[in-house]
Ligand binder design. Sequence first.
Ligand SMILES: *Cc1c(COP(=O)(O)O)cnc(C)c1O
Length: 380
Amino acid sequence: MIPFFPPDLFDDDQDVLLDLVAEVAATPDQRFILGPRTERLEAVIRESVGAADAVACGSGTSALTLLLAAMDVGPGDEVIVPAYGCAPLAAAPLSLGATPVFADVDPWTMVVDPAEVQELITERTRVIMPAHVFSVMADMPAFRRIAADAGVRLLEDSAVGQGGVLAGRAAGTWGDAGVYSFVQVKTFGMPGEGGMVVTDDPALGRAVRVLRNHGQDGRTRFRHHRIGYNSRFDEVMAAFQLHRFAGLPERLERRARIGGYYTERFAGLPGVIAPPPGRDGRCFYVYSLLADHRDALRDHLAARGIGSHVYYPAPLPRQPAFAPHAAPDRDWPAASAASRRQLAIPVHPHLTDAEVELIADEVRRFALSRGDAMTTEDRT
Ligand SMILES: *Cc1c(COP(=O)(O)O)cnc(C)c1O
């Protein structure tokens, strides 16, 4: 059996985790949240991507909400978000009373299409919020130009992008601010919930610090400058992430190599399309195929003990919670097609070479036996 989600993600560090629990539990000052370890983790992340500030918070979702709140987004404002992706892209603006405006995605890479975003800008637009998807970074140079021309904020949802680099610039540092998520499955995941805001705008960093801790400024307790949130970071997790950080480049490299191997093996397959090759603008979080017969491919792999995963089976504007807030007269054909065709196969760093080869063999066997006419050349 090759499960999609690795069951042994933190096995090598189990003893370290237990030791850190004991260490933090025994500290005289009993700081369990927002203590010195969290500060050190913020410094490590800040320096690793060359940002002016990094602010740890309760989750990637919360990082998005805190940033939108720090940008004073509220009722009447529009935030342009991808039509295909995870729920917080829509829920974060809505939770502040703002309206998410859904832009369709690129039919191959599944990242939000800059031309669509450009077209959706109105005088109500306050923020453009592109997201990196699976293994492909959004076209951040284009979004920077669009945001600058329109005079709106750019919030980079790089929750899946940590470790990715596009044109020499780290994922997370392209906009006014970016976010990382440390939830288990992400590239710098951990055994718990947590996220990080990174920004070059000191005012945004300060505002997020205030908002994450009930609107207090960190100096005077019980003085609430803003309506804030409880979105703080755990000291045990901070210590664990500080320990794990050194191994991140190696784990990312392993993911990248597995992804590169898959893409080579899948070139030109009928009816199954691999993500674009290369390393620039990639993040290797999830390796995602587009398959004409997606469910049959999933069943084929499952019958051979290979786990796979369908993300986002419906576009965001088709979700019951978000549909009432979506433009009634619009359609998102590429997002809908992605929802029908997307299938992710295992790419986690603990896979052995033999497992990776087996997975590639089985995807090829399926595609060649179905023998559909569609090839990568037909993808447009
Ligand atoms: C995972 C994810 C988030 C949310 O991060 P959490 O830490 O799970 O709250 C936000 N955006 C994208 C694109 C994600 O993949």
